[in-house]
Design a protein. Structure first.
Lengths: 107, 239
């Protein structure tokens, strides 16, 4: 079933209560034709399992990798993605948009 | 995010309450502001605007950048009367993203044939509304002009402080309605919250046009002014 943003936060709570390390990534800013609106969530556990999305699948891989770091060190961070970014080839947005994603650990 | 903040967000959603999570993007510091506490908050204006739009987003306050995770309940529209206007309104309300329920005890009107893909309840409003639990994120449009059907719904809507309450009927019909509701103990201020004649004054004539004017009025009530300081807007005649 397609998960709504609501289900996603409920799942994050379930995962944390089950003792997993959990991070929440949130789209906090978009420019141009970003695929997911501001406020969209992706939740990630320490094993790299995830639910939700912050883009059309273009940058989730990178966000998940960084989220695993956030779960380990506990420090929130803001990541920016876009075609103008030097990571464009690796994790760019094919639609030409740019997004900023805030990644934080659930303590 | 603290687990307690995450739990608060999830609990508010299940309970259909508005809530905002304020995040200082630079430091990661966070706090939760329940919808009912917004008026007294240092960021009252920004939080209020965010709540009315129902959208998450970034704001600046005293030189700092904050991200507001805004959670508002899905907006419901309850229509009393499975009438011609309701038939026109149903698909429009759906497109506008409203969660629509139509209630009419008259089984000749409330048929699935007339209302395909609509949450249609062929019962008296007073029997089913307690289970639906209307709240301030619920709007009511009463279209039957029949006091037996409309009045019980209006009573529930007024008590639940619904963000929008509209009732079809001429000024004469409404004057009688005001008398009846006054007799039930409602204050003039409470009764003045009922939009009557219903709908924005766009000169609507056909059922579909009246549906447009009602939908416009619902959206105006939802977005244009703070929900909690809802003041009656005197709209012109549409029916």
């Amino acid at each position: 079933m397609l998960a709504s943003d609501d289900d996603i936060l409920a799942r994050a709570e379930d995962w944390r209560k089950a003792g997993k390390g959990v991070a929440i990534a949130t789209v906090i800013e978009t420019w141009g034709s970003a695929p997911r609106p501001v406020g969209s969530h992706l939740v990630i556990d320490g094993d790299g399992n995830f639910l939700g999305s912050v883009s059309g699948g273009c940058v989730e891989g990178d966000v998940i990798t960084q989220a695993v770091d956030v779960i380990e060190d506990g420090k929130p961070r803001t990541i920016e993605f876009g075609v103008a970014d030097e990571t464009a080839w690796r994790a760019g947005l094919s639609c030409g948009g740019r997004i900023r994603v805030y990644v934080e650990k659930v303590n | 995010m603290k687990l307690e903040h995450l739990s608060a967000l999830n609990k508010a959603r299940v309970e259909r309450r508005a809530i905002v999570l304020v995040t200082d993007v630079a430091t990661g510091e966070q706090r939760i502001v329940p919808g009912e506490n917004i008026a007294g908050d240092v960021m009252a204006d920004q939080l209020d605007a965010a709540l009315r739009s129902g959208k998450s987003g970034g704001v600046e306050h005293e030189g700092k950048s904050y991200f507001l995770t805004v959670q508002t309940p899905p907006v419901r529209l309850i229509v009393i009367g499975a009438v011609h206007i309701s038939q026109a309104l149903a698909p429009m309300a759906k497109v506008a993203g409203l969660d629509l329920t139509i209630i009419d005890p008259r089984t000749a009107f409330a048929t699935p044939d007339r209302f395909p893909d609509v949450n249609l309840i062929a019962e008296w409003p007073q029997n089913v509304l307690p289970g639906i639990k209307p709240d301030r994120y619920t709007g009511f449009a009463c279209f039957t002009h029949d006091p037996k059907i409309d009045d019980p719904a209006l009573e529930v809507a007024l008590r639940a402080e619904c963000f929008y309450i509209g009732a079809l009927g001429s000024r004469k019909t409404h004057a009688k309605r005001v008398e009846r509701l006054t007799g039930l103990g409602f204050s003039p201020e409470a009764i003045a919250r009922i939009r009557a004649p219903i709908g924005l004054d766009i000169g609507a004539v056909s059922p579909a046009e009246i549906a447009v004017s009602v939908l416009g009025e619902v959206i105006q009530a939802l977005r244009k002014k703070p929900l909690r300081t809802e003041a009656p807007v005197k709209a012109g005649a549409a029916a």
